[in-house]
Design a protein around this ligand. Structure first.
Ligand SMILES: Cc1ncc(COP(=O)(O)O)c(C=O)c1O
Length: 384
């Protein structure tokens, strides 16, 4: 098997699976219980927070855990906007966000919030001048994705944060860093970001656990009410084994992120060159290979339906996505590809190859040959 769908989810690392198993068997207590077993469980959560906090270069107390990236994004955006409502009702995001942000914004719009969407260029970069021009007296929150999950564009978060904070330091700056966490260096406290979301299953951790960095003095309305865990921001008995798994996954990715150049760039280059060598009219969607995220490569094969290509690859035990996993079941073309202005026929043939630290060069050298064979098989059937 060659797994090239790691932007959708990654293969759980063995150390992570072992740590989760051990935690399920050994960690008996409820972290809220007052006895020793409860305290031990609570200490494990604190330790996990420290591991995440060290990766982000922030304090342990600024991390909370949620049921994943979607919940963390909702808490940041909906919880942040509701908490700041009395100061204004204008919120800003981009056209290239994940549905967990776009739908949270749509929900806020129904509640009377006014939204500005920042447009993007043909490679997916936001227009910083438009961001500047969109800021108003009543702007209370800005949410920008760090790495787009479909085409891998890396947004200029430092500049965007500077623009927002120069307008008013009271505007909440949220970054969906779910695709970049553990892959690119982004330190929220140093950058001035107030809220930053992450998710375990994109870095070889388990599904259904993620979290949020919350900067000092940032107030949020909680969305889940109950026993008051996580400082009242996220009630519910903590998913301890998931949290342990997340921390173990962070330990696995930490040495990679310390390197000057992410080692996945080399893999991405091999993959892309192997395909371009065999399919002459293949084209890259979004940023150039070394400019985009190290693990995401979107390519179109004109005339070839993306789903047909996906299943042809699947038959050869190679797993990829058409566009983003969450939107790929819908018949329409991806809104991300539409927003970067890709012609419909090119968008319909877009395949997302996505890598992880577990892929090897040897797996990737031969992908072009296989894709080339499939293109040659399918091309005669194209209706002209
Ligand atoms: C950019 C981005 N944001 C949010 C999410 C949602 O995260 P989760 O799957 O942990 O809910 C994903 C995952 O698909 C993502 O890629």
């Amino acid at each position: 098997m060659i797994y090239l769908d790691s932007a959708a989810t990654t293969i759980v690392h063995k150390n992570v699976a072992d740590a989760i198993y051990n935690s399920l068997v050994e960690d008996i207590g409820n972290p809220s219980s007052l006895h020793r077993l409860g305290l031990e469980a609570e200490l494990k959560i604190r330790n996990a927070k420290k591991i995440v906090a060290d990766l982000l270069k922030v304090e342990r107390g600024s991390i909370i855990f949620t049921s994943g990236g979607t919940e963390a994004n909702n808490l940041a955006v909906v919880g942040g906007a509701l908490a700041r409502r009395r100061y204004g009702n204008h919120i800003i995001t981009t056209h290239l966000e994940h549905p967990s942000i776009l739908e949270a914004f749509a929900h806020l719009q129904k509640q009377g919030f006014d939204i500005s969407y920042i447009s993007v260029d043909s490679k997916g970069y936001i227009d910083l001048e438009k961001l500047k021009a969109s800021l108003r007296e009543d702007t209370i929150l800005v949410s920008i994705i760090h790495v787009n999950n479909e085409i891998g564009t890396i947004q200029p978060i430092d500049e965007a944060t500077n623009i927002v904070k120069s307008h008013s330091k009271h505007i909440y700056m949220h970054v969906d860093a779910i695709q970049s966490f553990g892959k690119l260096k982004l330190y929220p406290k140093q950058t001035g970001i107030d809220l930053l979301t992450f998710s375990a299953h994109k870095i070889h951790g388990p599904k259904g656990i993620g979290g949020l960095y919350i900067g000092e003095g940032i107030m949020l309305h909680s969305l889940v009410h109950g026993g008051g865990q996580e400082g009242g921001l996220r009630s519910g008995t903590e998913n301890l084994s998931g949290i342990i798994g997340l921390a173990e996954a962070v330990k696995f990715v930490t040495p990679y992120i310390k390197q000057d150049i992410n080692p996945m760039y080399e893999l991405k280059k091999i993959l892309c060159e192997s395909i371009l060598d065999k399919v002459k009219d293949a084209r890259i969607n979004g940023p150039d290979i070394l400019e985009g995220a190290p693990h995401i490569l979107s390519m179109s094969f004109p005339g070839i339906n993306a789903q047909t290509m996906l299943h042809a690859l699947e038959q050869r035990d190679i797993y990829v996505s058409t566009g983003a996993a969450c939107s790929s079941r819908t018949a329409d073309i991806s809104y991300v590809l539409k927003n970067i202005g890709l012609p419909r026929d090119i968008a319909k043939s877009a395949i997302r190859f996505s890598l992880s630290y577990m892929n090897t060069k040897d797996e990737l050298f031969g992908i072009g040959e296989i894709v080339g064979e499939i293109v040659d098989e399918l091309r005669p059937f194209i209706r002209r």
